[in-house]
Design a binder for this molecule. Structure first.
Ligand SMILES: *[C@@H]1O[C@H](CO)[C@@H](O)[C@H](O)[C@H]1NC(C)=O
Ligand SMILES: *[C@@H]1O[C@H](CO)[C@@H](O)[C@H](O)[C@H]1NC(C)=O
Ligand SMILES: *[C@@H]1O[C@H](CO)[C@@H](O)[C@H](O)[C@H]1NC(C)=O
Ligand SMILES: *[C@@H]1O[C@H](CO)[C@@H](O)[C@H](O)[C@H]1NC(C)=O
Ligand SMILES: *[C@@H]1O[C@H](CO)[C@@H](O)[C@H](O)[C@H]1NC(C)=O
Ligand SMILES: *[C@@H]1O[C@H](CO)[C@@H](O)[C@H](O)[C@H]1NC(C)=O
Ligand SMILES: *[C@@H]1O[C@H](CO)[C@@H](O)[C@H](O)[C@H]1NC(C)=O
Length: 808
């Protein structure tokens, strides 16, 4: 019996093995998933070439934020995750709509422009044509010859990203991109050098002069070949003579069953190793904070590593603060950024450099003050040192004060270093036990407001009058009247110029057409019209955003100027500034200041999640801006369309509300949209929109509440159920309330260490959010109250269940 059973088992085993083999054979043949003659066309919505697992795709991707809306990039991307992160591209060849990529009948991969002119072809060297191509499950796109060996691989010509299974061979390199969304080659390069050293370099474009290495692996070994290996398990290391000689990844990357892995030389010069849960929201709605997270950065601290290189990571006269490997640049007080759009370029003093001549501010002790920065150092550029037990912070200041060349002094408790201009390699970090004392001219003008100054002049005049003889009094009075007269005239003139500055400018259509180069560079489409980027000849360095309204209805026309001037009267740190308008025939345009960091939507739902503190500050700012609109400006403004797409961010990530004040003009349009149930924005509309109930400021409170919950979780209420089918938008709201009521708030911010360490704030924000989304408008707090609760000024009580959601 027993032997019969064994025979039976072995028989089954043999069948099993046979099946396995045939499965492998079939897999080998079906590797070829792109046949000769296959073709893809840019902008035609034809499906990309997919890997068998569907996880990677090869095809065209539209280039967002480009001058020309219709540019596409031939790319490979992660196809199963909402971010669709691009891992490879022909970034030197953005192509227009209608361009084609074809695997010709001769087996050559060629990129054609819309007229059929060849732009690029995959170089296969002496191997000739391929017999087919394949998008592999690894993310490698390959051309194969008849015996299935690869004659061309995207893995061999990487752009800025590496994937598990990929190797960077000797003399290979990765080049960073310009910015998060501009894929053109940027300023940094990672090279696997011929001498075995892995090196990070800065390049100065467009001359491509290599400036210098800012990080090296110190693995020079001339006699053996080296490569950078990204193994299947998700670890990056340097291999020489088939031996792992240096781990680049030192942290736990998570298993590749649970995580996607990727390593990228980012636009800020940091080589980052990312992982991301493979899970989809649709499958498991319990994890909220699913996105790419940085596991390791090389160099670990960009601020420190660039110590002996030129100006440092942040340019001259600035200081660098490391946050998770990302260099954040700041200007000390009294200095301002050279280029506000690029903080890495350094800072310039807001005052004249010391001339060391008589009459210079630096030579008059009274005109000088020191700004103190704790835990900060400019380690180079010192030229004199005093040291000894008698030196304290005041003697150090005195020491710098008495020397007109001294730009700043660094004090460490016993020594005092004098630093000269330009300050370089500045760094601030808690482990730096040094205090920077920055010498700047004392500024009495700006710190006092004009009123109190006038009063002090009067007091001065009065006391002088009392204390002098009649004749002198007369003379003095005369002088004072003359002086006051001139001062008054000057003030009048100031007032005039400031009113023309703060008032709105009326532009002609032609001016705006020229400013935008014929409305070419589209920044986005909002509910009221299209926004274009432009530059006015009068202020060449400053970009503007021009919104072209396309839905102004006939009745709205008369109100246009009234509304626009009402918008023009608003002035708040958290509102986008309206600079001017155009009202010519059918053309109605609004001219706004340009916001360099895009919208909150792209920040929040983009690749790298903003820090918890940044999100907190953004929430505070929006609440203050809305409070101003509702309560503080001359006539109440209901925004009616508060959503992340309408919150813009400047270079310091200050939130600025846009599109306010347009609702009156376009209200009918807006409410029609709401009432006809347009997918996508419905998530932010308060229930009263659908009930024809009266619309009050509380609709903005509701929208703010939804947005606040999104900011906590970093995910969109609209795309909450990421899968192929969308579930009800209310899912996010429902789920947040669920987590809140079950006291499982940590689920909302899983994988977000900063938020996890600040659960008190998370809870407060969630409670405020739930108050805001109450179905009954009268239960929702005012925006002022919301702002106070957010900032912790007043207590937040336990919110009731926002009815109407969970029941449905
Ligand atoms: C990317 O940046 C380069 C250089 O700054 C610029 O020439 C190019 O137009 C930008 N591309 C896009 C798509 O914005
Ligand atoms: C970087 O690599 C590319 C090929 O991927 C090569 O053409 C280029 O010359 C390399 N650049 C440097 C500076 O080594
Ligand atoms: C390569 O050179 C090192 C010293 O630089 C030596 O220790 C090693 O044995 C050499 N390896 C080979 C394969 O020659
Ligand atoms: C690299 O890390 C692995 C464990 O992750 C360890 O076993 C190995 O010794 C390390 N290699 C080097 C050269 O440090
Ligand atoms: C710097 O440190 C001193 C003493 O340690 C402290 O009194 C001061 O408030 C600190 N300044 C700032 C701006 O943190
Ligand atoms: C830091 O400097 C202060 C004086 O500024 C000194 O009292 C303290 O002991 C120093 N701490 C360390 C850790 O060096
Ligand atoms: C600035 O204010 C200080 C006192 O805060 C005073 O001693 C100094 O004279 C003032 N300087 C000028 C230029 O007014």
């Amino acid at each position: 019996m027993a032997s019969q059973a064994t025979t039976f088992t072995s028989f089954f085993l043999i069948i099993l093995v046979f099946h396995l083999f045939s499965a492998i054979l079939v897999a080998g043949q079906s590797d070829c998933n792109v046949n000769l003659g296959s073709i893809l066309s840019a902008g035609d919505n034809n499906p990309p070439w997919l890997s068998p697992s569907g996880e990677f795709a090869f095809g065209f991707r539209p280039l967002l934020h480009s001058n020309n809306e219709d540019l596409f990039l031939l790319s490979i991307w992660f196809n199963k995750i909402p971010e669709q992160t691009i891992v490879w591209s022909k970034n030197d060849h953005p192509v227009p709509k209608g361009s084609r990529i074809q695997l010709t009948n001769e087996g050559v991969l060629v990129l054609y422009d819309p007229r059929g002119v060849e732009i690029w072809r995959a170089q296969t060297g002496s191997n000739g044509g391929s017999s087919c191509a394949a998008m592999l499950n690894s993310g490698n796109f390959v051309l194969m010859n008849r015996d299935s060996s690869y004659i061309w691989e995207s893995f061999r010509i990487p752009t800025d990203t590496m994937l598990p299974g990929q190797r960077l061979s000797m003399r290979g390199n990765l080049t960073s991109r310009q910015s998060e969304t501009n894929y053109t080659d940027g300023r940094f390069q990672l090279r696997m050098q011929g001498d075995g050293n892995l090196v990070l370099y800065t390049i100065f474009l467009p001359t491509e002069i290599v400036n210098g290495a800012y990080w090296t692996s110190n693995t020079i070994r001339a006699n053996s070949s080296s490569q950078l290996v990204f193994d299947e398990a998700g670890y990056v290391y340097i291999q020489q003579a088939n031996e792992n000689i240096r781990n680049i990844t030192q942290r736990d990357m998570g298993s590749n069953q649970d995580f996607y892995h990727m390593a990228r030389l980012d636009f800020d010069g940091v080589f980052r190793h990312y992982n991301r849960p493979r899970r989809n929201y649709a499958a498991d709605a319990s994890s909220c904070a699913s996105s790419w997270s940085t596991v390791q950065t090389t160099p670990e601290n960009m601020c420190r590593i660039m110590d002996n290189l030129g100006s440092g990571a942040c340019g001259y006269n600035s200081y660098c603060v490391n946050s998770d490997g990302k260099p954040n640049c700041f200007c000390p007080e009294g200095y301002s950024p050279l280029d506000p759009l690029d903080m890495h370029r350094g800072c310039k003093p807001n005052f004249n450099l010391p001339s060391c001549q008589q009459g210079g501010w630096e030579s008059n002790v009274e005109f000088v003050e020191f700004k103190q920065l704790n835990n900060t150092d400019w380690p180079l550029t010192d030229y004199e040192l005093q040291t000894g037990p008698e030196i304290d912070i005041n003697t150090c200041k005195e020491f710098c004060l008495r020397d007109c060349f001294c730009a700043a002094a660094i004090y460490n408790g016993k020594s005092c270093w004098k630093k000269k201009f330009p300050l370089s390699n500045g760094r601030q970090s808690p482990d730096l036990n040094k205090t920077a004392l920055i010498k700047v001219p004392r500024n009495n003008e700006t710190s006092l407001c004009p009123k109190s100054k006038d009063q002090s002049t009067l007091v001065l005049v009065g006391s002088l009058l009392l204390g002098s003889s009649v004749f002198l009094n007369f003379l003095l009075l005369l002088t004072i009247s003359v002086v006051l007269f001139f001062l008054y005239r000057k003030k009048l003139r100031n007032l005039e110029s400031s009113s023309s500055l703060h008032g709105l400018r009326r532009y002609t259509y032609k001016e705006l057409e020229e400013a935008t180069g014929g409305f070419k560079q589209q920044l986005g489409r909002g509910s009221f019209g299209t926004v274009y980027k432009g530059v006015l000849p009068s202020i060449p360095k400053r970009f503007i955003a021009i919104k072209r309204l396309d839905k102004v209805e006939k009745e709205g026309e008369k109100e246009f100027t009234t509304e626009v001037s009402a918008i023009g009267k608003t002035h708040h740190k958290n509102l986008v500034i309206l600079l001017g308008y155009c009202d010519e025939g059918n053309n109605r345009l609004l001219v706004y200041e340009y916001m360099s960091n895009g919208s909150l939507a792209s920040l929040l739902f983009g690749i790298s999640r903003p820090h918890w503190n940044q999100r907190l500050n953004i929430a505070f700012g929006i609440a203050r801006g809305l409070t101003y609109l509702h309560e503080e400006c001359s006539s109440q403004i209901i925004h009616c369309d508060v959503k992340p797409q309408n919150i813009l961010l400047d270079e310091y990530l200050t939130p600025k509300i846009s599109d306010f004040g347009l609702a009156k003009l376009l209200l009918s349009e807006q409410s029609r949209a709401a009432r006809t149930h347009i997918r996508g924005t419905i998530g932010y509309f308060a229930p009263e929109w659908f009930r024809k109930a009266s619309i009050t400021v509380k609709v903005d409170v509701y929208s703010f509440g939804v947005m606040l919950l999104e900011m906590i979780c970093c995910m969109s209420s609209v795309g909450f159920a990421m899968g192929d089918q969308y579930e009800e938008e209310e899912a996010l709201i429902d789920w947040v309330y669920d987590c809140y009521s079950k006291r499982k708030l940590n689920k909302l911010v899983e994988n977000d260490e900063e938020a996890m360490n600040d659960m008190k704030s998370v809870e407060r924000l969630v409670m405020v959010g739930i108050w805001c989304i109450q179905e009954d408008p009268s239960l929702r707090p005012s925006m002022r109250r919301v702002a106070q609760m957010l900032e912790g000024v007043c207590e937040v009580s336990v919110p009731p269940r926002p009815s109407g959601f969970s029941s449905s």
